[in-house]
Design a protein around this ligand. Structure first.
Ligand code: TSX
Ligand code: MN
Length: 631
């Protein structure tokens, strides 16, 4: 009787979620899953974290409604004006919980050398003990949500399953947008032979011990945050933060850090890459994957509107690619995510109209500003700021005397990928899409030409390994200083980056040269002597994409230079038709100055020193070869 009263269930039938008092969790779990691993793991943490209630998620609409209503009551979510932004909400975080916390992010494997010089390392047993100490009673007074999800289309051989335990309803409903969350993923776990999944434990670290005390809209732990990964047991433990990559464990923690180690063991690639489809005027379609460090406009490129007549770009994903060679010898990619978690500031109808289309409805915004008519706003969204808004810190903000931005620079939108107006027809197909080209890039005001092609797979891997970007945000260091970020994976590789380079080299041996994707390097950010951007970027990047497209079939020319193949401008290799750009500027954009490049190579040599003897010979050879071509 008590059980029936305490059990809330959404809607009807077998697909209803279960929300029970913690003491009834055992019985509920038995009905919920046939995976002994899942059942015993959840039971262990129910006992240890001591939540008041346990909610077993099914990902249904009724569950979403139930949870969102609760968050609105507690002030975690503010409903936006349904006439402006239907089904959408604004969350405002704690001031101390606004971004990923790299200095508190750990790879915990037996040998320190396996984490490599770019990761923080801790002994797994030691770190687990520390985490279990923090988890002791951490959910008192709260509900524990158990969230089954699939990274990638449910049932695809390229996908993988996870379950996240969390005490944050904001995290659950963000996971509902960003992953395939709920019953279908649970069914996969239940029907799989070993009931296997990647377990992710998450707590905001803010128990509600006094039942009369009011909860804060964004509870988290102000002093203690840990994001920890155990690649050898393929598990994740996170504490103290409810923000983005710290808390939505399917994204950076699983799909990049844990998956990169799985990929190394199993012979595939888990990369920090967007995926786009590009169709030429003749109707031929190819797929491209691209890795850029932060602040290079990855989401903008993933949803670009080509200015070249007859060319079409469609979006498969904007952040992560999982790629495998299939029997036909070609590399196939899936986007393991189901949504976009994009940076809001700078996104507008001018810079990325398709992203603006994604977030028309059913979107959770975090740390943006709210307008007087109940819509959202951020810096760069419109040419003129509204005269007054409520800023991300809930303060009145006036455009004419603003001392700080209205939206936090790392404020976000979480929107379903299916809402993208140019979502690719194959974006959620289990077979994935064949990749013909891989593009690396960075933000560089000098030295690096607009685009060039690698001399082959190993040279392309070297280009990825030498990637770097000039910093734009003062928070991350000195503005303008070059920071090395190999393959945009420095914060996300779950093992030794030197072994990761070797894994890329090994992948190149898995198929024939002509079936390997061709590798390119781009730089939209080269500046002239006055410090002005020389390339218009955005939709005009379709001109670069066209050269890349045609190079994959050798349908366009190139000139062999010491750094790689460049379009021969004098022969018209780059389509500049209708673009208002000076020929001297174009020359500057493609200039390869030998003495500048000698110092550039010297920087690569310096950056490689952290890897010591573990730097792959193939990478060292590419550097030596570059220097001798420059000599
Ligand atoms: O996203 C960008 N892309 C890729 C677009 C498909 N951005 C924004 C980067 C910050 C996230 C760019 N910024 C790009 C670019 O290609 N290029 C630039 C630099 C730039 C900025 C402004 C202008 C030209 C170049 N022009 C005017 O403002 C008129
Ligand atoms: Mn990213």
């Amino acid at each position: 009787m008590i059980n029936t009263l305490l059990k809330r269930s959404g809607a009807i039938g077998a697909r209803a979620y279960t929300n029970v008092a913690a003491r009834d969790a055992g019985a509920a779990l038995g009905n919920w899953t046939s995976s002994e691993k899942l059942r015993s793991w959840v039971e262990e943490f129910v006992g240890h974290m001591r939540p008041e209630r346990v909610h077993l998620c099914d990902g249904s609409e009724s569950e979403k409604e139930f949870m969102i209503n609760g968050m609105v009551r507690r002030g975690t979510l503010i409903p936006l004006n349904p006439e402006k932004r239907p089904g959408s909400y604004l969350a405002r975080s704690d001031v101390g919980d606004v971004a990923r916390v790299e200095e508190n992010t750990y790879i915990c494997c037996e040998n320190e050398a396996d984490a490599g010089p770019t990761n923080n390392w801790k002994d797994p047993a030691e770190m687990k003990e520390l985490m279990m100490g923090l988890y002791d009673g951490c959910m008192e007074g709260r509900t524990m949500y158990v969230v089954p999800y699939s990274m990638g289309p449910v049932g695809s051989p390229l996908s993988a399953l996870g379950v996240e335990i969390t005490d944050s309803p904001y995290v659950v409903q963000s996971m509902n947008i960003m992953t395939r969350m709920g019953q279908a993923a649970l069914d996969q776990i239940n029907s799989s032979e070993d009931g296997s999944f990647v377990p992710g434990v998450h707590s905001i670290g803010a128990p509600l011990t006094d039942p009369k005390a009011e909860d804060s809209p964004w509870p988290c732990n102000a002093d203690t945050k840990y994001i920890t990964h155990y690649p050898e047991s393929r598990t994740i433990m996170s504490y103290g933060s409810a923000y983005g990559g710290n808390a939505l464990l399917g994204k950076k923690c699983f799909a990049l850090r844990i998956a990169s180690t799985m990929a190394k063991e199993e012979g595939w690639l888990a990369e920090h890459m967007l995926i786009l489809g590009v169709t030429n005027p003749e109707g031929v379609k190819k797929y491209v994957a691209a890795a850029f460090p932060s602040a290079c406009g990855k989401t903008n490129f993933a949803m670009m509107m080509p200015t070249l007549p007859g060319w079409k770009v469609e979006c498969v994903g904007d952040d992560i690619a999982w790629m495998r060679f299939k029997e036909d010898g070609k590399l196939y990619a899936i986007n393991p995510e189901a949504g976009f978690f994009g940076v809001a500031p700078g996104t507008s109808d001018a810079t990325n109209p398709m992203a603006m289309g994604c977030m028309k409805e059913n979107t959770i915004f975090t740390n943006v500003a709210m307008t007087e008519d109940g819509d959202v706003w951020w810096e760069g969204m419109t040419k003129d700021a509204p005269s007054s808004v409520s800023d991300w810190l809930r303060r009145d903000w006036h455009a004419d005397d603003s001392k700080s931005p209205a939206a936090h620079p790392n404020s976000r939108f979480a929107a379903p990928a299916s809402q993208c107006p140019i979502i690719d027809e194959k974006w959620d197909q289990p077979e994935g899409v064949p990749i013909d080209a891989i593009i690396f890039g960075g933000r560089r005001s000098d030295t690096i030409p607009l685009v060039y092609q690698s001399r082959g797979w190993n040279h392309g891997t070297f280009l990825g390994a030498t990637m770097g970007s000039e910093m734009t945000a003062a928070a991350a260091g000195t503005v303008g200083k070059m920071r090395s970020d190999p393959m945009a994976m420095k914060p996300f590789c779950g093992y030794n980056m030197a072994d990761y380079f070797q894994h890329w080299i090994d992948m190149g041996e898995k198929t024939s040269e002509e079936k390997l994707p061709k590798i390119f390097y781009v730089n939209w950010f080269r500046k002239d002597a006055e410090g002005k951007f020389m390339w218009p970027g955005f939709g005009e990047n379709s001109r670069v994409l066209k050269w890349v497209f045609d190079r994959t079939e050798s349908n366009v020319g190139a000139v062999d230079t010491p750094i790689g193949y460049l379009p021969d401008i004098s022969k018209g290799d780059l389509d500049l038709d209708g673009l208002d750009i000076d020929s001297t500027v174009v020359e500057e954009l493609f200039a390869v100055d030998k003495s500048t490049w000698k110092s550039e190579a010297q920087v690569y040599r310096e950056n490689f020193k952290i890897y010591g003897d573990s730097l792959p010979e193939a990478i060292q050879n590419e550097l030596d070869a570059l220097e001798s071509r420059l000599a």
